[in-house]
Design a protein around this ligand. Structure first.
Ligand code: AVJ
Length: 319
């Protein structure tokens, strides 16, 4: 049943995106099973520094992080939005667990499969850890966690997932988060920082072609799930970085004029030669703007956990 709901969302959003001028597709649909696998390849490549940075931050600053979350052994709920395979979070979970920290881990993810895998692996790796996975939309699931008995919360939103939002969506997200949080609750958000444009572009226009496969998979997905007849050979991946706004934008560009029929939408879409489909924003931030975002939404940015190269920050906010 869940699959059905997703398919109809995919159809509605695809219709909207491909009927717009300029055309776009929503980046959240990049993560079907194939897309999630390709994303693992992206995370494993040298050029995609983001994963390494957050891994380094967690490995080297896990003591400081635990102190920041629970200075005197107080109980807390650790809620993670978009937990995925949890590879990086596990560094913290095992450290906290081995230190005898008193916490309950609640990972929330859209993928049932990812959740199940994460929970099973935690049961063998950290038997005794309290884990309650939730599958679904972040905020719907968050509301359900809200129990009468009040336990302080720490909410994780890692990996620069926030960078996929437009500025308006970022503010909507933070407003939700703020409304949900009580005084003293904490959030830890992973932001990718502005840096040499060459470094950034290499992470998204990689020589291995993983990122290209990742975006082109969106077209394969429309072929598979909506009966589209895209010829993926006729589109190529291109990205641009604007050092002023910090927006890295990815496109699929049509290399020739063509028509594409999408069965499920009973519609044909025309593409001009060199017409782009806007696929994704991967926004880069600076610390002053991060502090401003926190303040605008009733949080105080209390500590920046950064890697040695200052490429990435996990910013800790307190309500
Ligand atoms: C998962 C959203 C953090 O924007 O860096 C990686 C997705 N897209 N390469 C990012 C992505 C192309 C990634 N996030």
């Amino acid at each position: 049943m869940e699959q059905q709901i997703l398919i109809s969302d995919l159809a509605t959003d695809t219709l909207k995106g491909l009927s717009s001028t300029p055309k776009y597709l929503k980046s959240k649909y990049l993560y079907d099973d194939t897309g999630s696998e390709i994303f693992q390849d992206i995370m494993n490549m040298e050029e995609y520094y983001l994963t390494d940075c957050e891994y380094e931050i967690f490995s080297e600053q896990k003591d400081e992080l635990l102190k920041a979350f629970s200075s005197n052994g107080d109980v807390f709920n650790l809620i993670e939005l978009g937990s995925g395979d949890g590879l990086k979070t596990k560094i913290l979970l095992s450290h906290f667990f081995n230190k005898g920290a008193n916490f309950h881990y609640l990972p929330i993810d859209i993928s049932q499969k990812a959740n199940q895998y994460l929970t099973e692996s935690l049961q063998t790796e950290l038997p005794g850890l309290k884990v309650t996975p939730k599958t679904g939309d972040y905020f719907e699931e968050l509301q359900k966690i809200n129990t009468n008995e009040y336990t302080p919360k720490v909410i994780f939103f890692l990996g620069s997932n926030i960078g996929n939002f437009s500025l308006e969506e970022t503010r909507d997200f933070l407003r939700h988060l703020s409304n949900y949080s009580k005084k003293g609750d904490k959030v830890l958000i992973g932001f990718d920082l502005k840096k040499s444009p060459d470094v950034i572009v290499k992470a998204y226009a990689d020589p291995h072609g993983h990122t290209s496969r990742f975006t082109v998979n969106h077209l394969h997905r429309l072929n598979r799930e909506l009966g589209a007849d895209f010829d993926p050979q006729n589109f190529f991946h291109h990205c641009t970085y604007n050092p002023q706004s910090g927006a890295l934008k990815s496109y699929l560009v049509a290399s020739k004029e063509q028509k594409v029929r999408i069965e499920a939408l009973e519609q044909v879409f025309s593409f001009r030669k060199w017409e782009p489909i806007f696929m994704e924003t991967s926004r880069k931030f600076d610390v002053a703007f991060i502090d401003q975002l926190a303040a605008e939404h009733g949080f105080k940015a209390v500590k920046s956990f950064t890697d040695k190269r200052d490429y990435f920050v996990d910013s800790l906010w307190v309500k």
